[in-house]
Structure formats: structure tokens, C-alpha cells
Design a protein. Structure first.
Length: 420
């Protein structure tokens, strides 16, 4: 069986093409069954996210065209439109691509962990649908194992590469036990949403979200089991927060030195982290002069993000070495499996020949024929049967000047090299 990876992603196709290629979750099982009916396809898995629609197949025949044809027909996209954006990988290259995807090395954000969960979900869906067999199962399990090794042995996911992630990274450096602390998020835009989800996933004790439009704050709060308040309630909320992250888009600062000083007195000057990622700024500059307050702006976070990207790239280089080594090990295992299949077929053929000749000999013995003659005939017939096909192939190779096959035969049958 040969392996094939085919599809399109954010590297190869613009969003206008990618959004047309998305296979809806409710339609994924049908798509898998339909693809599995293609004659050349032995096994199949489909991964479809906002950034990629990729097909991984075990093929009866080493052919790309049947799968690319299925893809444009099933998605109802003309071949001329989709073909320029398709990538194809086969065998070793397909294995490497899958391992890189699972490890986050092929993602829009280098090292992001979400793709691994998406790949596991795609594999589970294909398994439940019945389109995954032994080969793809071994491939995906190996890829998942490699992704885990990359996360364990490198720092691919530890360095911040977004302002939201950087804000939470700073918070973790100041507050060791997140479960004992609380956060106040001011605003409900994209960056605040991401930061809130990062805090929630890192086990923060409690979160309160303040926003001018209460309904937006409530929508975000419901997704992370938080509380929502209006901006008018901000003063009372300040003294209870250990972490304040703000991004409102207000034209003037909404948090002044006086309000924070009052909150710090009520807090008995316990440390307070304030992250102002708004432009214009939400927090007056003088707030940073208050004892116990750690104030960071978006410029500070951008410096952290730039450093994080450099660290992730260094980790990615390490990850590539891990993946290359694991690709080689997997291909060795795959080739060994192929050899086992050949050995099994040859053994079955020999056993069948043996059984046929043995039954013939038993009939001769039951008929009263001389046992010694029967044994000699059995040995002669068995030798001829076993030698017939190899001898014929070697004669054909000699006639065609195929010295490679003759040398392979010498090695296979452990023959002495003939003297010239």
C-alpha cells in the first residue's frame, strides 16, 4: 500500500478557496464513505478546518488523480479552480507532512496546540465511519506520539506568540498558583476574548468581565464560566482582582491613579498585575508608579511576543530533527510490514504446494507403491515446484541483461558468487 496526503491549506490557497473546500462536520462521515468507494482508495481520513482541508489515504495503487478528481467533484469546485492550490505528498513525504501538522509546525501560528485535537477528532471520525485500517491507524498513532514528544522535548508551545498569550504568560510569572487568584477583564473584543480563554484554560480561580455593552460581556462570560458586569460597576470590582487586562477602545484612560490607589489600599497592597493592551491606552501612565502594581503596555507585550517567536523558531528547528528521525523509523517499520506480507504469501504458497504433493504421495502409499520410490518422487516434485518460478525469472533476467535481479537472487538464496 502507498500513502497519499492531498489537499489545500493556508500555505497553498487563499481564504476564498479554503472556505469553499470546508467539509461540514455533519457531512464528514458521508464524505469519508464516498471517498472510500473510490476504487484506488483502501483507507481514508479527512481533516477539515478553517485553515486546511486535507485528505490522507492508503492507496491500492500509487495514483494521485483519482483522489484529486473526487475532491473537486465532491466539493463541486471546478478542477481548473482548485487544482492550482492542491498539494500532494506521497509515502515518506506524506508521513513527514502529517507529523509536522500534528506537531504544530505547519500551522498559521507556529506551535499552536489546537491542531492536534482537530487531527485526533478527524482520525476518530474516520475510525467510527470504518474508513481507517491498520496502515493509517499506525500512521496516525505514530504522528500523535511524535507530537507529544515534540511538546515534551522542545519549548515549541511555551513561548508567547500573541499579545493575549503574552499577557497570560506574564500573569503566570507573577502568580504561581492561578487557582488562588482572580482576573478582571475590561472589554470584550478579540484580544480580550483570547486572553480570557487562556486564563480559563490555565485554571484561574475566577474571572469577571466588564464591558460597555453588557450582552457582549455575558456572551463571553458564559463560555468560560465567568461573571459579567457593566463598566459602571468597575470601581467596586478593582479591589477584588489580582490581574486586570484591559482593551476597550475608549478615547481616554478609564483607569486613573486615584482609582487604583484606592483599590490597592482595600487590597492591603497585595500585588496587582495590570496589562493595558488598548491603543489609546486605558490606564494612566502614573499607575505604574504605585507600589505593588505591575503595569505593562502593548509595546511591552510586543517585545515579549517577538522574543517568543524567536524561541519558537529555535524549538521548531529541534522539532524538525525529531520528526525526520521518526519518519525514518516509521518508514523502516512500514517496509518491514511490507516484507512480512511478502513472506506470508510465499509461506502460504509453499505450504499449499507441500500439502498437494503430500496428499498425492499418501495416495500412492495407500495404493501399495514402493515407499522409497514415493519419497524420491515427492522430493523431486517438491524441488521442481519450488525452483520453477525463480528459475524462470532468472533466465528472463539473464536474457534481458538484468544483472541487478541476478545479484539479488544470489543474495536472496545465499549462493556463492560464481567464479569468472
Amino acid at each position: 500500500m502507498s500513502l497519499l496526503a492531498l489537499g489545500l491549506n493556508h500555505h497553498t490557497a487563499p481564504v476564498a478557496i479554503r472556505e469553499r473546500a470546508v467539509i461540514d462536520e455533519n457531512n464528514l462521515s458521508h464524505a469519508l464513505q464516498n471517498l472510500h468507494q473510490v476504487r484506488e482508495v483502501k483507507e481514508a481520513t479527512i481533516v477539515s478546518t478553517c485553515n486546511r482541508t486535507e485528505i490522507y489515504c492508503g492507496m491500492h495503487e500509487n495514483s494521485v488523480e483519482p483522489v484529486s478528481k473526487w475532491m473537486h467533484e465532491f466539493l463541486d469546485i471546478s478542477n481548473d479552480l482548485i487544482l492550482p492550490h492542491l498539494f500532494t505528498r506521497t509515502d515518506e513525504s506524506a508521513v513527514q507532512h502529517l507529523m509536522r501538522v500534528c506537531s504544530g509546525l505547519d500551522s498559521l501560528v507556529l506551535g499552536e496546540p489546537q491542531i492536534l485535537g482537530q487531527m485526533k477528532h478527524a482520525y476518530k471520525e474516520a475510525s467510527n465511519t470504518g474508513t481507517v485500517g491498520t496502515e493509517l491507524s499506525q500512521l496516525f498513532q505514530s504522528a500523535f506520539s511524535v507530537a507529544k514528544q515534540v511538546r515534551t522535548d522542545t519549548k515549541i508551545g511555551s513561548s508567547p506568540v500573541s499579545v493575549a498569550f503574552a499577557a497570560v504568560t506574564l500573569a503566570k510569572q507573577i502568580f504561581a498558583d492561578f487557582s488562588q487568584h482572580s482576573a478582571l477583564m475590561i472589554g470584550a473584543g478579540e484580544t480580550i476574548t483570547l486572553a480570557t480563554r487562556h486564563l480559563h484554560s490555565n485554571g484561574i480561580g475566577s474571572i469577571r468581565i466588564a464591558n460597555r455593552t453588557l450582552s457582549r460581556a455575558q456572551a463571553l462570560a458564559e463560555s468560560v464560566n465567568a461573571d459579567a458586569i457593566e463598566l459602571s460597576q468597575l470601581a467596586q470590582a478593582l479591589e477584588h482582582a489580582d490581574i486586570i487586562i484591559s482593551s476597550t477602545g475608549a478615547p481616554l484612560p478609564i483607569l486613573g491613579k486615584g482609582a487604583i490607589e484606592a483599590a490597592m489600599r482595600a487590597r492591603r497592597y497585595r500585588p496587582l498585575l495590570m496589562v493595558d493592551i488598548a491603543v489609546p491606552r486605558d490606564v494612566e501612565t502614573q499607575v505604574g508608579d504605585i507600589d505593588g502594581v505591575f503595569l505593562y503596555t502593548v509595546d511591552d507585550l510586543n517585545n515579549v511576543v517577538d522574543e517568543g517567536r524567536q524561541q519558537r523558531q529555535a524549538a521548531a528547528d529541534q522539532a524538525e530533527e525529531i520528526i525526520q528521525h521518526q519518519v525514518e523509523l516509521f518508514m523502516q517499520k512500514m517496509r518491514a510490514t511490507g516484507a512480512n506480507d511478502t513472506i506470508r504469501s510465499y509461506r502460504e504458497q509453499v505450504q499449499q504446494t507441500q500439502a498437494q504433493l503430500l496428499e498425492k504421495s499418501r495416495k500412492q502409499l495407500r495404493a501399495g507403491q514402493d515407499p522409497d520410490a514415493v519419497l524420491q518422487q515427492l522430493a523431486h516434485a517438491l524441488s521442481n515446484k519450488l525452483m520453477h518460478a525463480p528459475t524462470k525469472k532468472m533466465k528472463e533476467a539473464a536474457a534481458q541483461g538484468d544483472n541487478d535481479l541476478l545479484l539479488a537472487a544470489q543474495s536472496l538464496f545465499d549462493l556463492d558468487t560464481p567464479e569468472k
